[in-house]
Design a protein around this ligand. Structure first.
Ligand code: PMP
Length: 287
């Protein structure tokens, strides 16, 4: 695979383990997918503008000034797609801090790389089993709105706990008040009494681009969700670039609905999978 590293197309970029961002967690990144459009079978990055806007927002929160324009980064992503052929791919633009000399704490420069890969190990279409993380999240926390490596150490621990439990696929995290905020790499939705609900964007979640798509297309309300809300929901699903729309069929050992993919989740998933390959009618998400 060909990647983009600080303005050049290269096969790989080897970064030293002394890299500043590796030690101090100051890296921000995005995860973007490309899909082949139905009309011309050409792979196009979905919601590229929204992802690059969020990358710049994340960088700003960590006071990192990206030395390229949004247009330049978007064009670099498109060129990485072209150089790697007409395939559906997963892109990782990464913004990091680096320094020339080991002990130079003053002269940090901001680097930007765009990695690309094929996605593997997708969630099962039949739905996943989720449990509550034992590691609650402080509330509110502005940096949770930042897609920064800082946040993913704890999120990795959540997924590691899942591996120990074998039968579970993912975890949901609660804030200090016991409200469910999000999954390890996805946002949460429940469907109950014909209403679509999702935890509010109040400083404790990453405001997901897929979450926004669902709210824009299907309506729904923001509400703080408690454990009983989840247990008694007719349907639960998670949203994310990687997860797309993934049904949750079990939560903390409780069967959700009848334990199979619910009709609303199915409808939203089909609409999403259609939208990502037919983005023209889909406003800003298509760019
Ligand atoms: N929350 C977290 C912590 C995530 O890592 C992700 C994946 N980027 C999401 C939510 C969903 O965001 P999006 O729909 O933009 O991929």
């Amino acid at each position: 695979m060909i990647m983009w590293s600080n303005g050049k197309f290269v096969k790989e970029n080897k970064v030293s383990t002394l890299n500043w961002s590796l030690h101090y967690g100051s890296t921000v990144w995005e995860g973007i997918r490309s899909y082949k459009l139905q009309m011309n079978k050409t792979a196009q990055l979905f919601s590229l503008t929204a992802h690059i806007d969020r990358l710049f927002d994340s960088a700003k929160m960590l006071k990192m000034e990206i030395p390229y324009t949004r247009q330049e980064i978007m064009e670099a992503c498109r060129e990485v797609q072209r150089q790697n052929g007409n395939k559906e791919l997963y892109f990782r633009p990464v913004v990091y801090l680096t320094r020339d000399a080991e002990n130079d704490y003053e002269n940090l420069t901001v680097g930007v790389d765009i990695h690309v890969m094929k996605l593997q190990n997708m969630y099962p279409k039949t739905g996943i089993r989720v449990t509550t993380s034992q590691d609650p999240r402080g509330y509110p926390a502005f940096w949770m709105q930042c897609k920064s490596s800082n946040n993913y150490g704890r999120l990795n621990l959540m997924q590691d706990a899942v591996k120990q439990m074998k039968q579970k696929d993912s975890t949901f995290v609660v804030d200090n008040y016991g409200h469910y905020v999000e999954g390890s790499t996805a946002n949460i939705f429940i469907f109950k009494n014909n209403t679509l609900l999702t935890p509010p964007n109040n400083g404790s979640i990453l405001p997901g681009i897929t979450r926004k798509w669902v709210l824009d297309q299907f309506g729904g309300a923001e509400k703080q969700l408690t454990k009983p809300d989840l247990i008694t929901a007719d349907e639960i699903f998670i949203t994310g670039t990687y997860a797309e729309i993934t049904p949750v069929i079990e939560f903390d050992g409780y069967k959700i609905g009848d334990g199979t993919v619910g009709p609303m989740t199915d409808r939203i998933r089909k609409a999403y999978l259609h939208a990502v390959r037919n983005p023209l009618w889909n406003g800003i998400f298509g760019q």
